[in-house]
Design a protein around this ligand. Structure first.
Ligand SMILES: Cc1cc2nc3c(=O)[nH]c(=O)nc-3n(C[C@H](O)[C@H](O)[C@H](O)COP(=O)(O)O)c2cc1C
Length: 331
């Protein structure tokens, strides 16, 4: 397939330990990091360094650092700092509609504010990236991840917004084609809008995102948006870190040891996350990973109740002792 595969930014999930799980199967073309709050990064909070830990593998060159914030200046400064790290570039989060983000003026709010304010943000971030590209180096790529906008969005309003982004020098757009309030469980994303973006801006890559979880859903998204340059996958990569290899048709024949895979993930979390984050990181990952098993609901509850990493390991051993047939799986 000539399309790129991208790992979605997912708060508490898209970190180095999780990327390593994906990389075990050959990885993907771009890894979006979980969103990084710009003011917190600038204030050098106690945990901020863990958001940018990469472990320095060649795959780190494929990182995209997503920033979130409510005002332009700190976001431009954060973009500058992050552009010094390994990776492809900086992404501005204009799509997150979770109330705790959107209500503060971050995420999708950037699509709803007076356009001049968002234009100022893009301009500031772009110029920060250009100013810090030293010695004739190409500046880091600037991309934006967005939704369709408010529930009463109009097509003309949406395109005048994306026209502004592209004319300000945004070099890649990822569209999760749902409105602010459309939840995952509701209707399918409106993939045709990604197609419209591809035809409108042939000069930049357009990435489609949302509900792609297997060959059938991939084929459907690409049938609706055949000209997109890539496909971004979030939740399905958390339940099946091998999904990119599966969709590319390069999965190894042999069965996967699901217990050892999970144990490796916990060890990587210990390497790349602070102890204060262990519980949330494990809980979020296992909420998805446990979907692979015969007694998914029971297993998930067991893992969500783990008190610490040792307890999580113990619960893994117990599950596979009870259900040995789940341990070696053809994925
Ligand atoms: C747990 C979780 C955390 C997320 N965090 C972010 C984030 O930090 N930045 C962002 O732009 N989108 C975030 N999203 C949205 C995803 O990037 C993606 O757009 C959405 O999950 C739809 O893709 P999917 O159907 O492949 O999961 C998050 C989604 C989930 C499920």
């Amino acid at each position: 397939m000539d399309k790129k595969f991208l790992l979605a930014p997912m708060a508490t999930l898209s970190h180095e330990a999780f990327r390593r799980s994906v990389q075990k199967f050959g990885g993907c073309d771009e890894y979006f990091n979980e969103m990084i709050n710009a003011p917190s990064l600038l204030h050098k909070g106690r945990f901020e360094k863990f958001y940018t830990l990469t472990g320095d593998t060649p795959e780190s060159q494929k990182l995209v650092w997503q920033i979130t914030g409510t005002t332009a200046e700190p976001m431009a400064q954060a973009a500058q700092i992050l552009s010094e790290l390994p990776g492809i570039g900086i992404d501005i989060n204009m799509g997150c509609s979770a109330p705790q983000i959107a209500n503060t003026g971050a995420g999708i709010s950037w699509m709803l504010k007076p356009v001049a304010e968002t234009q100022n943000l893009v301009r500031k971030v772009k110029s920060a990236l250009e100013n810090c590209a030293k010695d004739g180096k190409t500046p880091s790529r600037l991309s934006v991840k967005l939704r369709l906008g408010a529930d009463n969005f109009t097509e003309s309003g949406f395109f005048s917004f994306t026209d502004m982004l592209v004319s300000e020098g945004v070099q890649q757009l990822t569209l999760h084609p749902r409105t602010q309030k459309e939840k995952f469980a509701r209707a399918l994303p409106r993939y045709e809008y990604a197609e419209k973006l591809s035809l409108r801006y042939p000069q930049i890559p357009i990435i489609v995102n949302g509900e792609i979880k297997d060959k059938k859903s991939l084929d459907y998204a690409l049938k609706c948006a055949p000209h997109v340059n890539g496909v971004m996958i979030g939740r399905a990569a958390a339940s099946q870190p091998w999904i990119f290899a599966k969709l590319k048709g390069i999965l190894p024949e042999e069965k996967l040891d699901m217990l050892n895979f999970a144990l490796d993930f916990i060890s990587d979390v210990e390497k790349f996350q602070p102890p204060e984050f262990f519980q949330t990181r494990l809980q979020r990952f296992f909420a998805y990973y446990c979907q692979n098993f015969s007694f998914a609901g029971y297993f998930k509850t067991q893992m969500l109740n783990a008190k610490n990493n040792e307890d999580a390991r113990e619960r893994l051993f117990q599950y596979f002792e009870k259900c040995p047939e789940d341990r070696l799986k053809k994925i």
